[in-house]
Ligand binder design. Structure first.
Ligand SMILES: Nc1nc2c(ncn2[C@@H]2O[C@H](COP(=O)(O)OP(=O)(O)OP(=O)(O)O)[C@@H](O)[C@H]2O)c(=O)[nH]1
Ligand SMILES: [Mg+2]
Length: 341
């Protein structure tokens, strides 16, 4: 059996801690008869909190460990001692995780930036001890209140990767090879379709401190929008990108025609989400190192009116220009509008 390495939808069971009970206690000390009520409050229960962590890129850990609990609050005690507060449980998730309640489908929230937190189950308040209930006419109250139970929910989590740029192409077009050429990411590359089984994000650094996150998703095939192949399930991972790069196999290695590929890819995007189809894009004519590519590129330009950037992800030809172009386009786009949600 193949090990699972990526999960982008999970059901998560969260249990916040109960508040501790308040205490009903009376001061008992030698030489102090009838000491007053001194029962302290219960501690608050801990909450379950999702925390976006840039070093996490899938919901896999939650798939293996779907039950997450926070600590209960301790009970109040005599001598006016308040119970200990239960510790919160922080669950690291990738930025881009969205949360719904399973019952009723209510939207809970999402975490987008590293470090952002979302409380998904609130801890119960601690009960009150009897020391609060004393009045001049009621000096020996036995009243105290129990702790409130913590919230419990079944949640549905879904990840849409947060990447700035998305690579789109048919299987074997060279998307993963291109991601390797542009960034230090090392997705698997092989001469057969569907090598990439889940999204991989690579980071392109520029201007020393700034970065662009580039998403390589499994190859699309015709009918992808209806769930054929792997592509559809992963199209949502490029929904939040500002810029798409169509990666075309200009040499037609699998006997494909780049013009058909380009039309087909745009159609799949259109059918999936018209908004995605209108996203700014660049066209990369890949595999230009192969002899048949030059002729096809001329034909492609004539028939589509597009001006693709000729590259070879294998030899590195055109990669520098592509990098510069991506950075320039992205800077322009990001200064003009907020990222798509
Ligand atoms: N000659 C040549 N071969 C390339 C180039 N880019 C990729 N390839 C080859 O094309 C094949 C597929 O490359 P991948 O990068 O795995 O393609 P992919 O688009 O990620 O494919 P899937 O993950 O299956 O969708 C591999 O054998 C690569 O070595 C290129 O510029 N020139
Ligand atoms: Mg690939």
């Amino acid at each position: 059996m193949k090990a699972i390495t990526f999960i982008d939808r999970v059901r998560l069971y969260v249990y916040a801690g109960n508040g501790g009970n308040g205490s009903a206690s009376f001061r008992r000390e030698k030489y102090i008869p009838r000491g007053g009520p001194d029962g302290g409050d219960g501690g608050h229960g801990g909450s379950v909190i999702l925390r976006a962590d840039k070093n996490v890129d899938s919901l896999l850990n939650l798939y293996y460990e779907p039950h997450r609990r926070a600590e209960h609050g301790g009970p109040g005690r005599g001598k006016q001692c308040t119970g200990r507060d239960g510790r919160d449980t922080r669950v690291p998730v990738p930025p881009g995780t969205t949360v719904w309640r399973e019952a009723g489908g209510e939207f809970v929230g999402e975490v987008l930036e590293g470090g952002q937190e979302l409380v998904v189950a609130r801890g119960g308040r601690g009960g009150r001890g009897n020391m609060h209930f004393a009045t001049p006419s009621h000096r020996a109250p036995r009243e105290c209140t129990p702790g409130i139970p913590g919230e419990q929910y079944i949640l549905r989590l879904e990840l849409k990767s947060i990447a700035d740029i998305g690579l789109v192409g048919y299987p074997n077009a060279g998307k993963s090879t291109l991601l390797r050429a542009l960034t230090p990411a090392r997705p698997k590359v092989a001469a057969y379709p569907f090598t990439t089984l889940h999204p991989v994000i690579g980071t392109l650094e520029f201007d020393e401190v700034r970065q662009l996150r580039i998403a390589d998703i499994p190859g699309l095939i015709d009918g992808a929008h209806q769930g054929v192949g792997l592509g559809h399930d992963f199209l949502r991972h490029i929904e939040r990108t500002r810029l798409l790069v169509f990666v075309l196999d200009m040499a037609g290695v699998d006997g494909r025609d780049p013009v058909d590929d380009f039309t087909g890819l745009r159609l799949e995007l259109e059918l999936y989400n018209a908004d995605l189809a209108r996203r700014p894009c660049l066209v990369a004519a890949n595999k230009m190192d192969l002899p048949e590519a030059a002729e096809r590129l001329r034909d492609f330009k004539k028939r589509t009116g597009e001006k693709p950037l000729p590259i070879s992800a294998v030899t590195g030809e055109g990669i520098g220009e592509l990098k510069d172009k991506l950075i320039r386009r992205w800077k322009k786009l990001s200064s003009a509008a907020p990222p798509p949600s």
